[in-house]
Each structure stands twice: as structure tokens, then as C-alpha cells.
Design a protein around this ligand. Structure first.
Ligand SMILES: *Cc1c(COP(=O)(O)O)cnc(C)c1O
Length: 380
């Protein structure tokens, strides 16, 4: 083992975030307040949406998106199995049924064709993921969903900073859900956001995350007259804190720099891996640019080492890699849940691995990762 351990991901946080969090604490306003409102405005503007509603995670963002769409028992929602399990679970939260669709190999994303293959008369929505920061082909998915008269929800947990046709992921989305978990491109510790252009949905989302209350704490604070709130429907406590939003505002300011760095590291990986036979790295799709939130490689079926052998060899060399994106339908939580055959999903999930990629990663660290893979490719 040479050199320090290389992590798969470290968030890029510094003094500015620490100071912003400290300022929020010292202001005395630590729960949802002015910093959350400022973060919502800045984030919505950055992705080109009319409204941003900050919540506690992408999981809760997805839940609320499905609530405002009015989905419930008896409804089917087409989702990729190849995703973090929260995508499918959100459908279960509203009592609807996730229907797993396969993905395309190159991007790991749903396509109009894979959705069409599992669509039924009970399908009420499509939930597409921008997997690992590789944008889904939303132009074609939106057009297909319009033809089918189905709403398209976008799970953009990994998507901030990725683009389609030069525009941010989320631009033009009916409704999109975002994550600020430390494993994603920018972080608030835990945190999420819903973006939409629909003003009525935005208002309802703002209430739903706050127990269904019609007057926010901020509105009551700003008013000179007592505001008597009422609770219009059963809501949730899915709020983000002002401490998190303060960190998020600083992180958002670093987004371009972070994505530029990730793309440069991804391009260098692609160059280095070009002469390792049998490994196909993820890359930009024809219609957009990835942020490389997850940098995965897919070994050929006859690669001399199995995925788990690759992970072990990397671990022995002090490199922390990860199995590729999970296949939700294979988890115990979905045992017995009916599913069409998902050959591409199972192949990617079984064989792919995620390599380290983080803002402060050095070329030397990258060379060490590739050296292990090259050695394994030659071992056969
Ligand atoms: C991380 C992730 C989520 C969950 O995000 P949280 O903010 O941790 O709830 C949902 N969907 C996808 C595709 C993710 O990668």
C-alpha cells in the first residue's frame, strides 16, 4: 500500500461555510427562516425554475412532489430500479405502486422506449432520475410523457450542475427534487429542494413541509399584528434549517468551480482509462453534459476480474471505491414486488463500480486508482 487512503468522495467545505453556519447560529434564527428563503430563491434561479421549496432531504422532496401530483393507492408510477432506493420508496409513501423500467447502458437512465415497455392503463406518472449526474434525455422523455398525458417528475438528487442542451437540469421541469446530502455535488449536511414553475404547487409544497400550516413562522414574525394560523390539510415537518441554508448558499456559490473540477478529473480518468482494455467509463451523453457526481466504469462481460475482485484490489491499494448504482428491485424491501425483466439494470448494478472523484483529488491519487485497474486488466 502506497500513500494515504483515497476516499470515494469528500464534500468540499471550508471556512466560509463554517462562518456562514456560525452567523446563522449567532443570529438566533436557526430553524426555517430568512436564509432558507434566500437559498430557495438563489437555487431556483440557478436551475432556471420559478420556485424553490427547501425541505429536509431529496427523499422528502420526492414524497411531496408525488403528493401535489395527487398520486395514491391504485396508481402506478414508472421508476428506474437502477437508482438509490429512495426513488422507489417515495412512490410507496403515497400508497402508489412503483413499476420498474429498465435503463440504457450508456447513461444508466430511463428512455421513452424503456418507459413505454412497462406502461399500463394504470400508469399515472413517470419518475425519471438524472443518475449519478448524467442527465436523462428530458427533451425526449417530456415529449413522450406529453403524448401519453402523464406528468414527468425528475429526481435530480445528483443533477445540480449537469446540463441538457446548454440549460441546467431542472430547467423546464414540471417538478424536480434535489439532494444536498454530502455524497452529492453540493451539500448542506442533509437537505433537499423541490423546484417547479407552478405557483399553486409551490404554495402548497411550502405548506405541506410545515404541517399544512397556512402562515409560515417567518410571515408571523414579520407581521405587526398577530396572525392566527390554520392547518389546511395534514402536512409534515420536512423543513430545512437556516443553519443548513446558510451553508447551502455558500456551496451554491462554489457550484461552477466544483463542476468544472469534476469534469476535468472525469476527462483525465477517460484519457487514462482509454488504454485499459475492457473498461468503459461513463461519459457525456450527446444531448448534454454530466456533472460526474458518480464516476462509474463498466467492465466488459469477459473482463479478467469480477467487480468484487476489482473492489478488493482497490481496497488493498488504499482506494475506497463503491459498487455501482443499486438495483432497487433486488433488495429485500422489494422482494415479491412484480417486475418486468431488467437486464441492463442488473448488468450495470452487478458489474459496474464507482471510482473516487472529489474536488481536492490529485493527479497522483488518480494515477494510483488507474494503476490498480490496469494491473487487474492485465492479470487475465
Ligand atoms: C441520494 C439520492 C436520493 C436521496 O437523497 P437524500 O437527500 O439523501 O434523501 C434520491 N434519489 C437519488 C437518485 C439519489 O442519488
Amino acid at each position: 500500500m502506497s500513500g494515504d487512503r483515497i476516499p470515494v468522495m469528500i464534500p468540499w467545505l471550508g471556512e466560509e461555510e463554517a462562518q456562514a453556519a456560525a452567523d446563522a447560529v449567532l443570529s438566533g434564527w436557526v430553524a426555517q427562516g430568512p436564509r432558507v428563503a434566500a437559498f430557495e430563491r438563489a437555487f431556483a434561479e440557478r436551475v432556471g425554475a420559478e420556485h424553490g421549496i427547501a425541505v429536509s432531504s431529496c427523499t422528502t422532496a420526492l414524497h411531496l412532489a408525488l403528493v401535489v401530483l395527487g398520486l395514491g393507492p391504485g396508481d402506478e408510477v414508472v421508476v428506474p430500479s437502477l437508482s438509490f432506493i429512495a426513488t422507489a420508496n417515495a412512490v410507496r409513501y403515497v400508497g402508489a405502486e412503483p413499476v420498474f423500467a429498465d435503463v440504457e447502458t450508456a447513461t444508466g437512465n430511463l428512455t421513452a422506449a424503456t418507459v413505454d415497455a412497462v406502461r399500463t392503463p394504470r400508469t399515472r406518472a413517470v419518475l425519471a432520475v438524472h443518475q449519478g449526474g448524467v442527465p436523462a434525455d428530458v427533451d425526449s422523455l417530456r415529449a413522450a410523457c406529453a403524448d401519453w398525458d402523464l406528468p414527468l417528475v425528475e429526481d435530480a438528487a445528483c443533477g445540480i450542475g449537469a446540463t441538457v442542451g446548454g440549460k441546467s437540469v431542472g430547467h423546464g421541469a414540471l417538478i424536480a427534487a434535489w439532494s444536498f446530502h454530502p455524497r452529492k455535488v453540493i451539500t448542506t449536511g442533509e437537505g433537499g429542494m423541490v423546484t417547479t414553475d407552478d405557483a399553486e404547487w409551490a404554495e402548497r409544497l411550502g405548506r405541506l413541509r410545515e404541517h399544512g400550516m397556512n402562515a409560515s413562522a417567518a410571515a408571523r414574525h414579520a407581521s405587526r399584528q398577530p396572525i392566527l394560523e390554520s392547518y389546511l390539510e395534514v402536512g409534515y415537518n420536512y423543513r430545512m434549517t437556516d443553519i443548513q441554508a446558510a451553508v447551502g448558499l455558500v456551496q451554491l456559490g462554489r457550484l461552477d468551480e466544483i463542476v468544472t473540477r469534476r469534469r476535468a478529473l472525469a476527462a483525465r480518468y477517460a484519457e487514462l482509462l482509454a488504454d485499459v482494455p475492457g473498461l468503459t467509463p461513463v461519459g457525456d451523453p450527446a444531448y448534454g453534459e454530466a456533472n460526474f457526481q458518480s464516476y462509474w466504469v463498466l467492465p466488459d462481460q469477459d473482463f479478467p476480474a469480477s467487480r468484487d475482485q476489482l473492489l478488493s484490489a482497490l481496497a488493498e491499494a488504499g482506494v475506497s471505491a463503491r459498487r455501482g448504482i443499486m438495483a432497487s428491485h433486488l433488495e429485500p424491501a422489494y422482494q415479491g414486488h412484480p417486475s418486468a425483466p431488467l437486464p441492463v439494470t442488473e448488468r450495470i448494478s452487478r458489474d459496474s463500480l464507482i471510482l473516487p472523484l472529489f474536488h481536492t483529488m490529485t493527479e497522483d491519487q488518480q494515477d494510483r486508482v488507474v494503476a490498480v485497474l490496469r494491473q487487474q486488466a492485465a492479470a487475465g
